[in-house]
Design a binder for this molecule. Sequence first.
Ligand code: AVI
Length: 321
Amino acid sequence: MNATDIHFYDQLLDGDHPTMAQEVVAGLMAKPKFCSPKFFYDHKGSELFEKICQLPEYYPTRTEEAILRQAVPEIAELAGDNATLVELGSGASRKVRLLLESLSVQCYLGVDISRDFLISSTRRLAADYPWLEVHAACADFTRGLSLPEAIRPEQLVAFFPGSSIGNFTPQAAERFLTSLHGCLPTGSGLLVGVDLLKDPHLLEAAYNDAEGITAEFNLNLLDRLRRELKLDIRRERFSHRAVFNQRQSRIEMHLDSRISQVLSLNGQSIRFREGESIHTENSYKYTVPGFRNLASRAGFESCRVWSDDEGLFSVHYLVST
Ligand code: AVI
């Protein structure tokens, strides 16, 4: 194996799942209309998300990184020797470098839905850490995680950073953690980043940045549907909106139709009233005890929680019981 070799598994087409076109049509025919945020992440969407992570208004990334940097000696102790690190939604695999530099890790598996992005990021990891055995699985882990046979089940630590858990509803997050619990041996670790409930002004600013990158990220979804599903949907006919829903404790992202319009997809007519929205993302914000309770209902015991001085973000080390 040379330094840039990775073990690659394409799991996206495994199993009998609806296609992207079927999922999108069902969402656009529903009332209210929605589209899963997992479809944000084509190559351009993944690049835009990396830009969001650098924005001054988007505090989660830098706050989580600072927490991880401080907590890494304790995380190393909890993870033990020769761990296998499984990163869910690995994206650019940037934060995991903090762990690879300090933990005793033998094997890494990155799991992401964005194929090219996953391959290039994991190849960079393999080149930068020649001692590391690098695996990459292109998969929609929102449907559950399937560990490739080559992954040793001992000493597993799953890493789910960035508060991506917040993009599930709390019920779906509990189901997801329960299914993760089912495929991790007892005693496995789960290091998960969870964004915290805070002043709604700070939250809304994080999803309405001055440069308009988040708007671009949201609207890029329409470009993707236009290109990949041959849907006559035009970005200039929609606008980005992000608001905090206090009752549900979540930021909602929407694409609002600027006009009344009719689209046709797979022989179906999809009608929009002026102002009608496609709900594209929820980003739930938790309290530390609220998230701990959710994790415990899914079979994970809380070992340690770290957060920043301002209480913006939390990182939990959970153990599968
Ligand atoms: C990936 N996920 C945790 C981000 C979030 O904050 O919900 C996605 C995002 N959407 C807009 N900005 C960032």
